[in-house]
Design a protein around this ligand. Structure first.
Ligand SMILES: Nc1ncnc2c1ncn2[C@@H]1O[C@H](COP(=O)(O)OP(=O)(O)OP(=O)(O)O)[C@@H](O)[C@H]1O
Length: 593
């Protein structure tokens, strides 16, 4: 279970700037908020950068000046700057936080729509828990990235540049000395940053792994309980969590080291410059106000560098998440609509043909599930597919649904090649009753309505009646409005099947695909399902993967399959008389039907 390949395995190491550039299309959709944010950012930066100047005049003119009333004016000025800073900061916070939320909402919507469009082969090799992690944890990271880190980064860059300019303007001599320290500060940031990025990506992957494991277990609770595997599952999860924790610890350690070195270097440099400045003041070469102004700019600049180093680590982390999301968005579905799809009539007649089809599942490229498979089914005909387990019967239905495309050969419906039809238009004309029906966590009514979303209550109930589901559904505590529990946990297997049949009845498509469940049903359920199906096949083309004698007998034609090929076809009696595989199957499976 733990060794299969997963979507995250092949995650390439992202380049942060490249991946961040990928955020731009999302950001650019929110032009108004973006402009608002930048406007407030400019305003708050001006206010921040003018604070040291206000302090300088307050000291040099307010304290040391000859005019005693000046002190009021300079303090008032200082307060004015602070008030501007307050308003601009609030505005900036509002705009950028909302921007983060909107970007993530758009990203999640886009990602979900993309996932819905991907083909079944993609889902064969992915784990749904991991995909949910992309949708939640990774998207969440991007929210904090845009909503705070990006804001801090831009603000810090502006403050840093502004402070640098002002440092030079305040005292070129001191500024020149400060400049020497800069490479000392930048180098460790770059070196450590690389490591943080690598470790962070591992950390996110470990979390996704633990999530996937939990999702799988929680959705199979009755199996876990049935085998009393709670301890086993608990240990497996604990191991996954422990692995995630170990990687996180590595990341945090590297990040702490990074922060410590940055603070040490930055404040070391400031102290040194301050020491030199203090000597200048004592010697009368510099006023106290100017030195204060210089120090404040140095603190602002250094604070920005510190903030940038922290944000840089976060950017590295988000780059990992964003790269995984991009990787998903870059997945191209193998089954897509052609550029100019054939228009289908409102209702197809339902003639189906398979011509020399060879098909291997993508995960087993050299083991054909169907090989040299040719079959013509006339409009309105009922064909039963029989054969040993693994013969390829369900595969026939999957190809007709165009969940996969064959490597060789061609499928047609009403003479139109399947590949020339928009897959969703095609599927509109097919109704499926799968081997393991899926019941959604919704009311019985909504579960049946999944077959035709626009159907009214009367139509739903009529469909339930035809599917022999009306009786047991009406007997439920709240009738058709009873909540069926996640994946139909509150229904028996036979009841779930009848709901699936009702769904297909409601859809009323010209072609019906039935995959009979092998699970033993009690005689009464079996009989009511047979009755339901008998009505359902009237007036439509039906392909049924048959496991029951009643189904086989009712079919116009029986197709016997083995190893992905047709080995015999005909009616029950003729096939029985001919002996061979069918006679053998009949003896083993259908004997007491
Ligand atoms: N999603 C898949 N990925 C890879 N191989 C698959 C997949 N589904 C089916 N197969 C393989 O393809 C072959 C045909 O499977 P198929 O489900 O069509 O058999 P079947 O005749 O319907 O069997 P059963 O009666 O047991 O349902 C089998 O060998 C099976 O292991």
């Amino acid at each position: 279970m733990g060794t299969e390949s997963t979507a995250a395995d092949a995650t390439p190491r992202p380049r942060p700037w490249q991946t961040l550039a990928a955020l731009w299309p999302l950001l650019s959709e929110q032009r108004r908020l973006l402009a608002l944010w930048l406007g407030f950012l400019a305003l708050s930066s001006v206010a921040t950068l003018s604070l040291p100047v206000a302090v300088r005049y307050m000291i040099d003119r307010g304290f040391a000046g000859d005019d005693p009333s000046a002190i009021d004016r300079w303090f008032l000025g200082l307060f004015g700057v602070a008030a501007l800073l307050a308003v601009a900061t609030a505005g900036r916070f509002f705009a950028v936080s909302l921007l983060g939320e909107k970007v993530v909402a758009a990203l999640r919507r886009r990602l979900y729509d993309h996932l819905l469009a991907l083909d079944i082969a993609f889902y064969d090799r992915s784990r749904s828990g991991e995909l949910v992690s992309r949708l939640s944890a990774d998207s969440e990271q991007i929210r904090s990235m845009v909503g705070s880190s990006l804001s801090i980064a831009l603000r810090s860059v502006v403050t840093l540049l502004g402070s640098a300019v002002m440092l030079v303007a305040t005292s070129p001599r001191l500024a020149a000395m400060a400049m020497v320290g800069i490479p000392l500060v930048v180098l460790p940031i770059v070196l450590f940053g690389r490591r943080v990025q690598a470790v962070s990506q591992q950390s996110q992957e470990r979390i996704a792994e633990a999530n996937a494991r939990a999702a799988e277990t929680l959705s199979a609770m009755s199996t876990v309980r049935g085998f009393a595997r709670e301890r086993f599952e608990s240990q497996r999860f604990a191991e996954a969590v422990e692995r995630a924790l170990r990687t996180a610890r590595k990341r945090i350690r590297t990040q702490s080291l990074l922060t410590a070195s940055v603070i040490l270097l930055v404040f070391g440099a400031i102290t040194a410059v301050l020491w030199l400045g203090a000597k200048d003041v004592v010697a009368g070469r510099l006023s106290a106000g100017v030195l204060s102004q210089f120090v404040l700019y140095a603190v602002l600049g250094a604070g920005s560098v510190g903030a940038l180093s922290e944000v840089w680590a976060e950017v590295q982390r988000t780059a990992g998440g964003l790269a995984r999301i991009r990787q998903l968005l870059d997945e191209v579905p193998a089954v897509v609509a052609p550029p100019q799809p054939q228009a289908l009539p409102a209702r197809l007649r339902g003639a189906v043909s398979f011509r020399d089809v060879r098909f291997c599942y993508p995960s087993r490229p050299d083991q054909p599930a169907l090989d040299g498979f040719s079959l013509d089914i006339a409009e309105g005909e009922t064909v039963a597919l029989v054969g040993p387990s693994g013969a390829g019967k369900s595969t026939v239905l999957q190809l007709l649904l165009r969940l996969y495309d064959p490597q060789q050969g061609e499928l047609r419906i009403d003479g139109l090649p399947l590949v020339e039809i928009d897959p969703s238009a095609l599927r509109q004309q097919l109704a499926v009753v799968p081997q393991h029906p899926v019941i959604f966590a919704a009311s019985a009514r909504d579960n049946i309505r999944y077959g035709a979303l626009e159907a009214d209550d009367a139509a739903v109930e009529q469909a339930a009646r035809l599917a022999e589901a009306h009786g047991f559904l009406s007997a439920l505590p709240e009738g058709f409005d009873t909540w069926l529990g996640e994946r139909g946990a509150r229904l028996s297997g036979g009841q779930q099947q009848r709901i699936a049949i009702a769904r297909a009845v409601l859809k009323d498509a010209p072609v019906l695909l039935l995959d009979e469940a092998t699970s033993a049903l009690d005689a009464a359920s079996e009989q009511s399902i047979q009755q339901a199906l008998e009505r359902l096949v009237q007036g439509r083309t039906t392909i049924v993967v048959a496991h029951r004698l009643a189904t086989v007998r009712r079919a116009d034609r029986i197709v016997v399959m083995e190893h992905g090929r047709i080995v015999a076809q005909g009616r029950h009696e003729a096939l029985l008389a001919a002996g061979g595989l069918y006679a053998e199957l009949a003896r083993l499976q259908f004997v007491d039907g």
